[in-house]
Design a binder for this molecule. Structure first.
Ligand SMILES: [Zn+2]
Length: 272
C-alpha cells in the first residue's frame, strides 16, 4: 500500500511528458513527435507544422548546431521546453572523376534548363501539406552497396562542389525502386539536367524525398503511394558515372540523411 501511494505521489510530482519524440538526434537525423492536438511547436524559434492529430516532424541539417530547443505550447497554453543535444557527424571528402565535363561545368545554354529544374525542385521542397504519411516510417527504396554517403564534400573532376545531399545506392539498371514511406507523388520529370529521370514524394508537413537517375518511372504526378509501392527502376540518367539510385530526404529545405531514417542496410546487401 505504501508503495502504491509512493507511486501516486511520484506521478503527481513528475507528470508523464505530454510530448513524445522519436528519431535520430544527430546531424542529418529525422525526428517524429507527438503532442496534444492543437499544440504549437517551434524549433529554435522557427515554426514546426503540426497535424490536426498533434503529430509533427523535424530534422537536423548536415551542419546543425549541437544544441537545439524545442518548445511545445499546448492548447491550454502550457509550455513544455525540451533542450535537445544533437550529435555531430564527421564528413569525408569524396572524389568523383570521369564525369562528363558538361555535367560538372554546364555550358551557357544549359543554365536555363538547370534553373527550370531547380525551380521545380524548390517548389516541392516548399510544400507543407497537412498530412502525416511519414508516420509509416522509412525503409530502403533499393538495397545494395552504398556508393555515396550523406554530407560528404564532393570534388567532381577535380572541382570542389556542394556536399552530397542524399545517399547513393549502387544497383544494376532495371532494379525496382519502391516508396520508402507513404506519400503523394508531386514531381515526375523525364530528363532533369543533373538528376535525369526524377520522382519526388510529399510525405507531409514539409518532409519530401527525391529519387534520381532513374531508368524508368512507374508513377504519375498526384498519385498516392503506400510504403513499398513501385516507383520505377534504377538507371544512369543525368550526372552519373554508373547506375545507382540517389535518394534524398528534405525537411523544409534542410537536407537530411535518408540512411538515418531507414536504418542499417539489410546485411546481405551491405558493402563489406
Ligand atoms: Zn547522390
Amino acid at each position: 500500500m505504501r508503495a502504491l501511494w509512493f507511486l501516486v505521489a511520484l506521478c503527481i510530482a513528475f507528470p508523464a511528458h505530454a510530448v513524445d519524440l522519436s528519431g535520430q538526434f544527430v546531424q542529418g537525423g529525422l525526428v517524429v513527435g507527438q503532442a496534444a492536438p492543437g499544440s504549437m511547436v517551434t524549433l529554435d524559434g522557427l515554426g514546426v507544422d503540426v497535424a490536426a492529430n498533434g503529430a509533427f516532424v523535424f530534422g537536423f541539417g548536415r551542419d546543425a548546431k549541437v544544441k537545439a530547443q524545442l518548445v511545445v505550447t499546448g492548447p491550454d497554453g502550457g509550455r513544455e521546453v525540451r533542450d535537445l543535444s544533437v550529435a555531430a557527424q564527421t564528413y569525408k571528402i569524396q572524389h568523383i572523376d570521369g564525369l562528363p565535363e558538361r555535367k560538372v561545368t554546364p555550358a551557357p545554354e544549359d543554365l536555363k534548363r538547370i534553373q527550370d529544374d531547380n525551380a521545380k525542385i524548390a517548389a516541392v521542397r516548399a510544400l507543407s501539406t497537412p498530412k502525416t504519411h511519414f508516420l509509416s516510417g522509412f525503409v530502403w527504396p533499393v538495397t545494395g552497396p552504398i556508393s555515396g554517403v550523406f554530407g560528404s564534400q564532393r570534388i567532381l573532376n577535380g572541382e570542389p562542389k556542394n556536399p552530397h545531399n542524399g545517399v547513393d545506392v549502387a544497383a544494376p539498371t532495371g532494379t525496382p525502386i519502391v516508396a520508402p514511406a507513404a506519400g503523394v507523388v508531386v514531381l515526375v520529370h523525364d530528363d532533369m539536367f543533373y538528376t535525369g529521370k526524377t520522382v519526388m514524394i510529399d510525405h507531409g508537413l514539409g518532409l519530401t524525398s527525391v529519387y534520381a537517375h532513374m531508368n524508368s518511372i512507374a508513377v504519375a504526378d498526384g498519385q498516392a503511394v503506400a510504403q513499398g509501392a513501385p516507383l520505377g527502376t534504377v538507371g544512369a540518367s543525368g550526372r552519373v558515372t554508373g547506375a545507382h539510385l540517389h535518394w534524398g530526404l528534405t525537411w523544409k529545405g534542410t537536407h537530411l540523411d535518408p540512411k538515418l531514417a531507414a536504418g542499417s542496410m539489410p546485411a546481405e546487401n551491405a558493402q563489406n
